[in-house]
Ligand binder design. Structure first.
Ligand code: SAH
Ligand code: SF4
Ligand code: F3S
Length: 412
């Protein structure tokens, strides 16, 4: 009987893809995926740290697995993903029956870690494999410790995922003041274009017709090929010609360019609205390539300049509005979606009203709205008080959602 594993995924598409790659690696070592935790020999949680709620969900699910572990002392319980990188050994304090913790920059050693633990004749030993702390170490060492993992994968025949996810970049260098992602996913790294092309060809060969290119800020994709700098627009032209690929989209975008960004959250430094913003080349590629979806996801986060500034978002509300106007003018029939955080530190009623106005102006197809959740270790947690009461956050959440629903209803 092959041994079985169960994997539960929280968080964004980065984690969805990592879980797919993890499952593929475990299948290749002869294990079988199970849809239920009870009969599994290995249970994995691929976790998210973006908001407190996402972490609470994991810790309570881990708590419920105490009985499973008591009944199956040789069973292996592993925590992967962003919370593994963030909490590290703390996971064992809060859930002592967890056997191993493995961050997103160490996914390449997942299969060997599991086979080693499975082979142990006594109860599995505790293991931690994480990348280096980004603020406490030299940049090249940190970069090395967030290892890129792009194995060939088998697309399951019964896959109900509408499109194959293809990572074009790892990490993030933006350091929005509220956000944990740059710490848990590490420095921005763009994959070589030829690797991406080969992967898409391989997926197309297995029947994939739709691909979604993923990264935290895909418009800052940049890879130096000799003299030439390959950008997202170039990548789209190259990928759109691959036989069998009928649809391409990409998430998510940052409203301005990513060039000239700091590799550290501390210190000021040369922010510029660089050439890697959402530029004409990119908009024209989206407009002209028939298999690229005429849809862009561009998180705005807030419509107030004061709030955007405290968020360390490198643009103003006026800049964002103009960008949206330019997109609608350049790409006929295009749609845009956005993300917003309500109740960020110091957000006043007047600030919030500016967000409502921005949503009305931009006529998004949809908006994903989140209540601010303080994350230890971020600049916002260090510098600003989480001073908007929860009732106010809830009220603003509902109000912005109602505004968006009304727009979506009248905006087919
Ligand atoms: N790189 C992506 C975002 C990844 S996180 C991007 O910039 O588009 C997805 C969304 O979660 C963000 O856009 C933001 O709206 C929200 N988010 C991030 N940190 C948060 C926090 N501390 N509290 C509440 N929402 C947060
Ligand atoms: Fe977080 Fe900002 Fe990076 Fe998005 S761009 S992952 S919100 S730091
Ligand atoms: Fe969550 Fe990590 Fe994605 S923190 S949103 S799973 S990059």
């Amino acid at each position: 009987m092959p041994q079985k594993f169960y994997i539960e995924t929280l968080g964004c598409q980065m984690n969805v893809l990592d879980s797919e790659l993890a499952a593929s690696a475990l299948n290749m070592m002869g294990m079988q995926q199970s849809n239920v935790p009870d009969d599994a020999d290995v249970i994995l949680f691929n976790t998210c740290s973006v908001r407190q709620h996402a972490e609470d969900k994991v810790y309570s699910a881990l708590g419920r697995l105490k009985t499973w572990k008591t009944e199956k002392p040789f069973g292996i319980l592993g925590v992967l993903g962003c919370m593994a990188q963030k909490d590290q050994k703390l996971v064992f304090q809060r859930a002592p029956h967890v056997d191993f913790v493995l961050g997103p920059g160490c996914l390449d050693v997942l299969a060997e870690t599991i086979s080693r633990l499975l082979a142990e004749k006594i109860r599995p030993s505790k293991t931690v494999c994480v990348s280096l702390n980004r603020t406490a170490n030299a940049h090249p060492d940190v970069l090395d410790s967030f290892r890129q993992y792009n194995p060939e994968r088998i697309v399951p025949a019964e896959s109900d995922i509408p499109a194959s996810l293809v990572r074009i970049m790892f990490g993030c260098n933006q350091f929005c003041s509220y956000c944990i992602v740059p710490f848990v996913r590490g420095p921005e790294q763009s994959r070589p274009p030829q690797d991406i092309i080969n992967e898409v060809r391989h997926l197309a060969g297995q029947g994939t017709a739709k691909i979604t290119l993923i990264g935290q800020t895909v418009n800052s994709y940049q890879y130096q090929e000799g003299e030439r700098s390959v950008r997202l627009s170039d990548l789209l032209y190259r990928l759109s010609g691959i036989t069998g690929i009928e649809q391409i989209d990409f998430v998510t975008m940052y409203p301005t360019g990513g060039r000239g960004k700091q590799h550290s959250p501390t210190g000021g430094g040369g922010q510029q609205h660089g050439p890697l913003g959402i530029d004409e080349d990119l908009l024209q590629a989206v407009r002209d390539l028939p298999n690229v979806l005429k849809h862009l996801h561009i998180p705005a986060q807030s419509g107030s300049d004061a709030v955007l500034k405290r968020m360390n978002r490198q643009y103003t509300a006026a800049f964002y509005r103009e960008l949206v106007d330019r997109i609608y003018a350049t790409i006929p029939g295009s749609t845009i979606t956005s993300d917003f955080i309500v109740g960020f530190c110091g957000e006043t009623d007047a600030d919030f009203e500016q967000t409502v106005d921005l949503v009305k102006h931009c006529r998004f197809r949809n908006s994903f709205i989140f209540k601010y959740s303080e994350r230890a270790g971020t600049k916002a947690a260090e510098l600003y008080a989480d001073d908007v009461p929860d009732e106010v956050k809830k009220f603003r959440h509902n109000r912005l959602l109602a505004t968006q629903i009304e727009i979506s209803r009248t905006n087919p």
